[in-house]
Design a protein around this ligand. Structure first.
Ligand SMILES: Cc1cc2nc3c(=O)[nH]c(=O)nc-3n(C[C@H](O)[C@H](O)[C@H](O)COP(=O)(O)OP(=O)(O)OC[C@H]3O[C@@H](n4cnc5c(N)ncnc54)[C@H](O)[C@@H]3O)c2cc1C
Length: 350
């Protein structure tokens, strides 16, 4: 029976946190088939839900829905991303009707990034201009019960609101905790801009978002400040930390620069020391991810949302380190996927 993830969260009990895995629709047919084949392995770890992203510029509209249906067929609870980029209202309608018909109960309502090669975000004619518009539209069209809507939250401010610190500019204590050092200088979402971000986030929640999934962050203190800010602005829905684990040094550098993410010096230096050794980078990602998860649980987080980038080694490594990984279920899923291989391996080891 398909369920809303806000209800699943409320029903979760026990001390161990729940986990969720996020995937993106692969670009090739082989990639898509591979992701489908891996679904029973994800299922074995009992994620509360799985997210399927929506390609930049609306490029994966059908595939995102198809993969959500596939996930449902595999017994997973899909949380389907939907963005406004290049999406006239008819296409939004098709995507939402498709989700409804397939029994998908969870939607991440987003504005979206500009399509590749385009710097500024622009609405299509007659389309929605922001996640708030899309959220209002979903609630107006379907009421509050049909879909559980998630919205994006930015502990450091949205990248568009993170601006270069001018020479001689004095930063407040809060700004100092958010400041991001990039190659060409320091950047920060000012207190005034941060207040606008929080007011806008509150508006998205008031419009019907039942939970907030955050942008990646690497400084848990910044996330703790964000939780406090949510309280201050009267935002009472669950705030789920979005965890981007370090999987390779180059990708980490590109992504954190693109999103203007604050990276504490100890993490930058630790990664620098191992960056030439792929296995050591992955181990670094596992150790750092597990440490951050422990800090988040100490802050009271009941769930951990992993941006997997469709890779499982580091995510599962973090779960193992936290004692959240079910080895027996993983072995059973592997045996079910490869019965012949497992049988011959068993015979060989007997
Ligand atoms: C959890 C998560 C999942 C994501 N998944 C995807 C995905 O699947 N596909 C994809 O392409 N991208 C995805 N993104 C990236 C996201 O699309 C970009 O960050 C995009 O630039 C903003 O989308 P949003 O929904 O946060 O936008 P919005 O919430 O609309 O706003 C982004 C920012 O714009 C400003 N703003 C916009 N409208 C207003 C307004 N009316 N009043 C005041 N301020 C306003 C605010 O500063 C706000 O923080 C994801 C991001 C997150 C955090």
């Amino acid at each position: 029976m398909a369920a809303r993830i806000d209800e699943l969260m409320a029903a979760h009990s026990g001390d161990a946190p729940w986990v969720a895995f996020e995937y993106y629709p692969p670009r090739t047919e082989d990639g898509v088939n591979n992701l489908k084949k891996k679904m029973p392995r994800f299922k074995a770890q009992k994620p509360l839900y799985i997210d399927m992203t929506f390609g930049a510029g609306g490029s994966t509209s059908d595939l995102t829905l198809d993969l959500c249906k596939e996930a449902k067929a595999a017994g997973l609870e899909p949380n389907m991303h939907l963005t406004c980029t290049n999406m006239p209202q008819e296409k939004i309608y098709e995507a939402l009707e498709g989700a409804k018909a397939a029994g998908i109960r969870n939607i991440v309502a987003l504005r979206g990034d500009p399509p590749l090669g385009q710097e500024r975000w622009e609405a299509v004619e007659g389309g929605f201009t922001c996640a708030l518009d899309l959220t209002k539209h979903i609630v107006k069209t379907y009421g509050k019960d049909q879909f559980c809507i998630s919205t994006a939250g930015y502990p450091e401010g949205h990248p568009g609101a993170i601006k270069k610190v001018a020479e001689g500019q004095e930063l407040s204590d809060k700004e100092k905790r958010r400041v991001v050092s990039l190659e060409d200088g320091d950047y920060v979402c000012s207190d005034a801009d941060f207040a606008k971000e929080m007011e806008y986030l509150k508006a998205k929640v008031d419009a019907g978002a039942s939970l907030i999934i955050t942008q990646m962050f690497f400084d848990v203190d910044v996330f703790a400040d964000f939780l406090e800010a949510c309280k201050e602005y009267g935002i009472t829905v669950p705030v789920i930390p979005g965890l981007m684990l370090v999987q390779n040094a180059g990708g980490f550098g590109r992504m954190t620069a693109f999103c203007k993410t604050r990276v504490p010096t100890s993490i930058r230096e630790g990664l620098e020391a191992v960056k030439e050794d792929d296995a050591a980078v992955k181990q670094f990602g596992i150790d750092l991810g597990a440490k951050m998860c422990e800090q988040l649980m100490a802050l009271g987080c009941k769930g951990l949302h992993f941006y997997t980038l469709n890779l499982e080694k580091v995510t599962f490594g973090v779960m193992r380190k936290l004692g959240l990984f079910d080895e027996d279920a993983a072995a059973a899923a592997a045996a079910a996927a490869e019965p012949a291989a497992a049988a011959s391996a068993g015979a060989a080891s007997a």
